[in-house]
Design a protein around this ligand. Structure first.
Ligand code: F6R
Length: 615
């Protein structure tokens, strides 16, 4: 979850590291720090609790030196304080380390260090890493060996970047498990390392992620990558296509706002070349499953977390109706610790925009190692660990970087990717053919336009945000395909506006939550014209009978609903399968405007991080 950046080369490292931290600020932002090494071994370390601006304010002159590392923290062990911020150093300052993940055996390692006379100065698990490296250096090992030994001793998912005080011309980096990525960036005569690609983009698009269990000694002139057994791995960087301009906020106040507004384009990009009408069909070259394999499927299981899981819940409907297969959607952190029965006839689809969410990766590894079931990753990050765990069978979302911590455009694109995958499976199995396939594809191709038209309702959503900004609770209701959207609307509301919200299947409301409803509880009812509309209508009557303020999202021209509701937000008439793309817009915008009306920090909500790499 923490952000990591490192540089070695001929330029001044300080400004590059600082600028990288600005780009990584969305990952963790409770404290930050950097260390810069000069060629004569002079070391400058600065770290501050609070937003990155605190660190920037403390840097009156950028530290000198051509090698540097930096870190934005999302606290796991130890309070948010200057002392717990990274980098951490060995007691003698010989090893300087930034870390992402959790050293699960840190207590035992601290005891070992204490027995050797080394006292840790911070409350973090991370500090054991430089302290152990320092211990091995003092025992006479060189840095390569000390680093490698420590990698073998720390348990859990960990990503580490280190500098050696005595050898300022190089950096070390390692990825162990699924605590988040480490990506090497190759420049002319300089090298970069970061926890994810956007931090590298202003400098290079030539990147190589370290695979699980790899570590690297990184020099401007020479970089060596090895696995933990010492076998050398080739440095073979690939070009990534992410556009640095896409990372800028442009005319928008927040990245989330920008990303909501660019959803029509994100959707078109995701669908382009994959769904076509003439001849009707789908092309998914990156999904390396043959028609025979798809025909042999008996079941689909979709896993993900948070917003990605909500996209998966929508995907469940698509799989059932378009692919004709029994489908479940599960929370990856629950699934991975159960003993589900899977086999080669179950397709496991992991939805993870970052491709690095620890629980989703854990679930995929579980599937690979224990059941050998076929896997597909739906992700926004090429070359992510999720892609590797899916043995290269991936659908890339093509959204460009998503910087807002609250996912929006990747949610849309994930639903579209699941739709396309369902069509691909349905066509291979003969469940969709001829006119039905054509209709399904046609419907999807309307989605970007429908989203675009729904964005025109932003003003009504702003008004809802203004009027409801002081409420304490919100309820979101939906049925069928709109139930996951109710969950998603409530999640967005909670995470960025800090208003407590619940998303419920509307039919379930009577079994408990209805007791909470009164005048002070706005209810967002997602009620487009679909086969469950009449049932939803009854549920709206039931909440109205208890005095709730009803904010209804319905199909334009639905005069009856418009008259009944306190607020009516119209979406274009569309195929019910496509309606989630439209209702997602008010779900996102209401949360956005609630948050802005309350003065909340939309792009950096408290306690959250963009990529969740710890359990
Ligand atoms: C909410 C949000 C999170 C993520 C979840 C999974 O707005 O962004 O709930 O959806 O952390 O992340 P990925 O998709 O990267 O696996």
């Amino acid at each position: 979850m923490c952000g990591i950046i490192g540089y070695v080369g001929k330029q001044a490292a300080g400004p590059i590291v600082l600028e990288g931290l600005q780009r990584l600020n969305y990952r963790g932002y409770d404290s930050s720090g950097l260390a810069v090494l000069d060629h004569d071994g002079a070391l400058a370390v600065m770290k501050r609790a609070g937003k990155l601006a605190e660190l920037e304010a403390s840097l009156t002159t950028p530290p000198a030196g051509r090698t540097g590392i930096g870190h934005t923290r999302w606290a796991t062990h130890g309070a948010v304080s200057d002392g717990n911020a990274h980098p951490h150093l060995s007691s003698d300052g010989a090893a300087i380390v930034v870390h992402n993940g959790i050293v699960e055996n840190y207590r035992a390692l601290r005891e070992r260090l204490a027995a050797a006379g080394v006292e840790c100065r911070s409350e973090t698990d991370s500090e054991v890493i430089p302290q152990l490296i320092g211990l091995y250096l003092r025992e006479g090992h060189d840095f390569d060996e000390a680093f490698r030994r420590v990698l073998g001793e720390i348990e859990g998912g960990n990503a580490v970047v280190a500098m050696e005080r005595r050898r300022p011309e190089r950096l070390y980096a390692a990825r162990l498990g699924n605590a988040g990525g480490i990506v090497l960036g190759v420049g002319g005569d300089e090298m970069f390392v970061a926890s994810d690609v956007p931090a590298l983009l202003p400098h290079t698009t030539l990147v190589q992620p370290l695979a699980n269990g790899q570590w690297a000694r990184i020099g401007a002139a020479e970089t060596t990558i090895r696995d933990l057994d010492g076998a050398e791995v080739a440095l073979a960087p690939q070009r990534v296509s992410m556009d640095p301009v896409a990372v800028a906020k442009g005319p928008y106040t927040h990245f989330m706002q920008k990303e909501i507004m660019e959803q029509p384009r994100a959707l078109s990009d995701c669908i382009r070349g994959r769904a076509h009408v003439n001849p009707a069909g789908v092309s998914l070259e990156d999904v390396r499953l043959s028609d025979d394999q798809l025909r042999s499927l008996r079941r689909v299981l979709i896993v993900g977390m948070g917003t990605s899981m909500h996209a998966g819940m929508v995907g469940r409907y698509y799989m059932e109706s378009l692919a004709g297969l029994p489908t479940d959607c599960d929370n990856a952190s629950e699934f991975r610790y159960r003993a589900p029965l899977l086999g080669p006839e179950t397709l496991v689809v992991a939805v993870t925009q970052s491709g690095e969410t620890v629980d989703t990766l854990g679930a995929m590894a579980q599937v690979r190692d224990h059941w050998g079931a076929p896997r597909v990753a739906i992700t926004n990050v090429e070359e992510s660990e999720a892609t590797r765990l899916a043995a290269g069978s991936a659908i890339y979302l093509r959204c460009g970087p998503e910087i807002g911590v609250a996912s929006t455009k990747t949610f849309m694109a994930s639903m579209a990717a699941l739709y396309v995958l369902a069509c691909r499976i349905g066509a291979a199995r003969g469940h969709l053919r001829g006119a039905t396939l054509e209709r399904a594809i046609d419907a999807l191709l309307t989605a970007p336009g429908i989203v675009d038209r729904t964005l025109a309702q932003a003003e009504i959503c702003r008004e809802v945000g203004r009027v409801c900004q002081d409420v304490e609770h919100m309820l979101y209701l939906g049925r069928g395909l709109q139930y996951p959207l109710a969950m998603e609307g409530a999640l967005k509301c909670k995470e960025i506006s800090y208003i407590h919200a619940e998303g419920y299947p509307a039919g379930e409301m009577k079994h408990g939550p209805i007791a909470l409803i009164d005048r002070s509880m706005p209810v967002v009812a997602l009620a487009p014209r679909d086969p469950l509309y009449d049932k939803m209508w009854s549920n709206i009557q039931q909440v109205q009978a208890r005095d709730a303020t009803v904010i209804a999202v319905g199909t334009e021209g639905d005069a009856e609903l418009e008259a009944a509701a306190d607020v009516f937000i119209p979406i274009p008439a569309c195929d019910p399968l496509i309606a989630p793309f439209a209702t997602a817009i008010p779900a996102q915008l209401i949360a956005y405007y609630l948050a802005t009306a309350r003065g909340a920090d939309v792009d950096q909500p408290r306690h959250l991080a963009k990529t969740v790499t710890v359990e």
